[in-house]
Each structure stands twice: as structure tokens, then as C-alpha cells.
Design a protein around this ligand. Structure first.
Ligand code: AHR
Length: 502
């Protein structure tokens, strides 16, 4: 099978915002406690943070990190998480049926972000709380001093403001599972009021209004239009959330998940632009794809999720998906989808980071290791610089139950004018065949291959585990070569590939 990728006249998609490579840390399961924070661990630093995890998060290359939830934020009182630790309350976390000790809060998490070199993106609680509490948190975080709330921050040991730029107006407010779940009309009004109040306090912030928590939600589309009709002038981004998983052994359909992500983005863009046109507004709303990943959500319900009035564990082992090679190939294709929409998706957060549906796993007192999904993320974050370029696909298709005929190969290119570096990211969705691909490298501005790596394995179920942490990784793809301005490369069946060019 062969495929030809060319660069059309309107190839330039847009500049790649580094925020596209964001992450997400929620107070959930063993994400914080026993994940990033474990004071007794042999690698723990003076603040109790695991250095082995810090090193891996740096290697992953995550930019902005969304915090502290997720479903958790809809019942969260931010005041609980600041001040002397020994006085912090223990609270019920209704979202995950756990106990939150508040041992790690805003100050500690911000200190950890400084260590990993990532930017903080905060979510306010619009589930059980409203405008006043959002303003209090913003004042605490961003006002330099001279008021009771900002001075409280200073007396808690932080002189300089946290200066948080990006704020989420609640989380998944369309979901019936969400504490304080609302109709689109009710949420749209609350989000607009909260946003305009927050901007009165700090005009420099950027605000994300909740879009749908999945393309399959029955309210998808009308939710976006209604919420934006209320909040258009006051917000900068609308969120998308999407999780994919292999269902009923349909691997061909699972491999086509990027098609669903493409459609999701394009439908949200259409809804946002429809609202813009109706208002004759100049401003363009961008997308913050602030939760995306592979997640075997169905398995979660079968797991040992705590139940019962007397059973609220601290940091339970929940949502600890162990990713396969197949999962990582689909994951890599989702990153291609994000890059293909770099003009409108200018922020994204991989959900999540450590232990909880995560690229990084840890054992208490023991090792930290990379899941299969770690590799496409780290590689794309490292190589995809500058601008994204659309590739025209001359590629055979295969049939899927969900999306009809889907191209066997999907791909995107990137080019950084400043450094002269370029890259091509490709996925081969064929379960059986290698695909010989040619790419118009000259039109991308590249003349030689620096390196090419594929994620592939004869065993699509292979995974990295505590016992075998290095079972799966990237393998050099020695077939990549450029001659007469054309890149040729062979993509193994079910593979994700990154080619570094110059
Ligand atoms: O990432 C796990 C959960 O998925 C988040 O808490 C929630 O926002 C979404 O439903």
C-alpha cells in the first residue's frame, strides 16, 4: 500500500501555541498524594515532592497545567487549601468518594510547577459556589497586596502574586454527574456574570467557558450556542473534552478516533462562529481542548470505587489505566488532530499526568515509569514548533462502523522558520499492512532527515508495567530518507511515527 502527502497552496494552518502541550492535575486518586507528592520517598525533595516524577514531567514537556479539577473542583473550597497545613480541614470529595486532606494546596502546587517549569491554569468552582468565591480566589492569586485577601496570601508565605493568566469557569457543567450541574441557559448566565466580574478585578486574564464534556452528549451543539450567546463578550475560549477507548474489540474504529476529534473541533468552531456572526462580533473564540486522552471509563465502574457513608479513602487507586501500544498509537493520532487545528485549538490539556489515566506511573516508595502514551506526547511537544502545515492526503481508505470510510494514514507537518527545523507526524491505522509514504519535503522546507522514530510492536497489547517499565518505547525508523525533495518512509501497521527534519 502506498500513500502520497503533498503540501497545497493553503497549507499554513497557524502558529502552534505552546499551550497545546498542556497537562491536567486533579485532586483524584493517587495523582497528588503518592503521585507527585510523597514526603517519605527516597527521591523526595525538601518539600516532599518526588524528584523522579519532576524529572519525568520535565521530559514529557508539558506547558500549562490545569488544576485542581475536573469534577473535584465543583465541590472544592479553595480556602481549605491555603494557610497553615496543620489547620487545614479534611473534606469529603463527593466527585471521587474520597477524603481530601488539603495537605497540598495552591501554594504547594504552585511551588511544584516552578520546579517542573510549567504554567498554572486555575479552575473556579461554579458547581457549589459562584461569583463571590471566584472573585475571592482571583484576588488572593493575582492582587499584589493591600487588601485583606491578598494580604492573607502574603501572610501565608507568598509575597508575589501567583499571576494566574488562564482561568476555567467551572468544569463540565453540562454533565448530570457534575455537582451543581446546570442547564445551558443557567450556566451561560452564571459564567457570563462570573467572567465579567473577574475581568473587572483583573482585565489581563483569559477565560475558558465550559463547552460540552463530550461530542456524544445529547445537548452537544445547542449547549455551545446557548452558553456562548450569554458569555461571548466575556470569554476567550470554549472547552472541549474527549476520551476514547477501544470498545467491543473494534480496533479499526478505535484507530479512527482522530476523525471524531476532528469533527468535534470543527463543529464547536462552527457553533462559535455562528454566535459570532449573529452578533456581528469581531472577536474569535478559541478552543481549549482541556481534557483529552484514552480512558477506559467503563472499567472504572467495575473498579474498587469506594461506596458507603463510612468509607471515604484517602488517595485510593482509581482510574489507573495501563496503556497498550494500540492506545499509544491512537493517542499519537489525537495529537495530530490537535495540530491540524492549531489555528483554533490554542490550548489543550492532556488528562491527566500522574497515576490517574496518566503517561507517568508511580509506586509508593518505589519507581516511577513512562506509560506507552508518554512517548508520542514528549516527542510531539519537543518537535512541533513554529507553525502547523496541512498535508493533502492521497491515501487509501478503510471502512469503519462509526465514521464510514477513513483514510489509512493521517499526518501533519510543522516548521519553525527561526531554527529551520521541521517535522512530520504520521499514523498508520491499518491493522494488517505497512504503508509506503512519500511526503513533499521540499515544500515543507526540509532537505534532510535528522531522525525518525515509530511507536509500534508486533504485540498491540504490550504495555509498560512496574515489573517491565521499559517494555515499550520508540524505535528508530531507518526507512526514512529524502531524495529529490521527497521524503520516503515506511509506516508499519498500527504505528505512530515522528520524523525530525531540517
Ligand atoms: O479526567 C477525569 C474526569 O473526567 C474529570 O474529573 C472530569 O472533568 C471528566 O469527566
Amino acid at each position: 500500500i502506498s500513500a502520497h502527502l503533498t503540501v497545497g497552496p493553503r497549507a499554513r494552518i497557524g502558529a502552534i501555541d505552546r499551550r497545546l502541550f498542556g497537562g491536567f492535575v486533579e485532586h483524584l486518586g493517587r495523582h497528588i498524594y503518592d503521585g507527585i507528592y510523597e514526603p517519605g520517598h527516597p527521591t523526595a525533595d525538601a518539600d516532599g515532592f518526588r524528584q523522579d516524577v519532576i524529572d519525568l514531567v520535565q521530559e514529557l514537556g508539558v506547558t500549562t497545567i490545569r488544576y485542581p479539577g475536573g469534577n473535584f473542583v465543583s465541590g472544592f473550597r479553595w480556602e481549605d487549601s491555603v494557610g497553615p497545613r496543620e489547620q487545614r480541614p479534611r473534606r469529603l470529595d463527593l466527585a471521587w468518594h474520597s477524603t481530601e486532606t488539603n495537605e497540598v494546596g495552591l501554594h504547594e502546587f504552585s511551588a511544584w510547577l516552578d520546579k517542573v517549569g510549567s504554567e498554572l491554569m486555575l479552575a473556579v468552582n461554579l458547581g457549589t459556589r459562584g461569583v463571590a468565591e471566584a472573585l475571592d480566589l482571583l484576588e488572593y492569586a493575582n492582587i499584589p497586596g493591600g487588601t485583606t485577601t491578598s494580604e492573607l496570601r502574603r501572610s501565608n508565605g507568598r509575597d508575589e502574586p501567583f499571576a494566574v493568566r488562564m482561568w476555567c469557569l467551572g468544569n463540565e457543567m453540562d454533565g448530570p454527574w457534575q455537582l451543581g450541574h446546570r442547564s445551558a441557559d443557567d450556566y451561560g448566565k452564571l459564567a457570563a456574570q462570573t467572567a465579567s466580574a473577574m475581568r473587572q478585578l483583573d482585565p489581563g486574564i483569559q477565560l475558558v467557558v465550559c463547552g460540552s464534556s463530550g461530542r456524544g452528549m445529547s445537548t452537544f451543539g445547542s449547549w455551545e450556542r446557548t452558553v456562548l450567546a450569554h458569555s461571548y463578550d466575556d470569554v476567550d475560549y470554549i472547552s472541549c473534552h474527549a476520551y476514547y477507548a477501544e470498545k467491543d474489540g473494534d480496533r479499526a474504529g478505535f484507530l479512527a478516533s482522530g476523525v471524531d476529534m476532528d469533527l468535534f473541533i470543527e463543529e464547536v468552531v462552527a457553533a462559535a462562529d455562528e454566535v459570532r456572526d449573529a452578533r456581528r462580533a469581531e472577536k474569535r473564540i478559541e478552543i481549549s481542548f482541556d481534557e483529552w486522552n484514552i480512558w477506559y471509563l467503563d472499567r472504572y465502574h467495575d473498579e474498587d470505587k469506594a461506596t458507603g457513608i463510612e468509607n471515604w479513602p484517602i488517595a485510593p487507586r482509581i482510574l489507573e489505566d495501563n496503556y497498550s501500544v494500540l492506545d499509544a498509537v491512537v493517542f499519537g493520532s489525537l495529537m495530530i488532530s490537535l495540530l491540524k487545528h492549531a489555528d483554533r485549538v490554542t490550548s489543550a490539556s492532556l488528562a491527566q499526568l500522574v497515576n490517574v489515566i496518566a503517561p507517568i506511573m508511580t509506586e509508593p516508595g518505589g519507581a516511577a515509569w513512562r506509560q506507552t502514551t508518554f512517548f508520542p506526547f514528549a516527542t510531539t511537544s519537543r518537535l512541533a514548533r513554529g507553525e502547523a502545515l496541512r498535508l493533502e492526503l492521497d491515501v487509501p481508505s478503510y471502512p469503519t462502523a462509526q465514521y464510514g470510510d477513513v483514510p489509512l494514514v493521517d499526518a501533519v507537518a510543522t516548521r519553525d522558520e527561526e531554527s529551520g527545523a521541521a517535522a512530520v507526524f504520521l499514523v498508520n491505522r491499518s491493522l494488517t499492512d505497512a504503508v509506503a509514504v512519500t511526503v513533499d519535503a521540499a515544500a515543507i522546507g526540509a532537505s534532510s532527515v535528522v531522525a525518525a522514530h515509530s511507536l509500534t510492536d508486533a504485540d498491540l497489547d504490550a504495555r509498560n508495567t512496574r515489573e517491565q517499565p521499559d517494555r515499550v518505547g520508540l524505535t528508530p525508523n531507518s526507512s526514512a530518507a529524502i531524495s529529490a525533495g521527497r521524503l520516503t518512509i515506511e509506516l508499519p501497521p498500527v504505528s505512530w511515527t515522528a520524523v525530525e527534519l531540517t
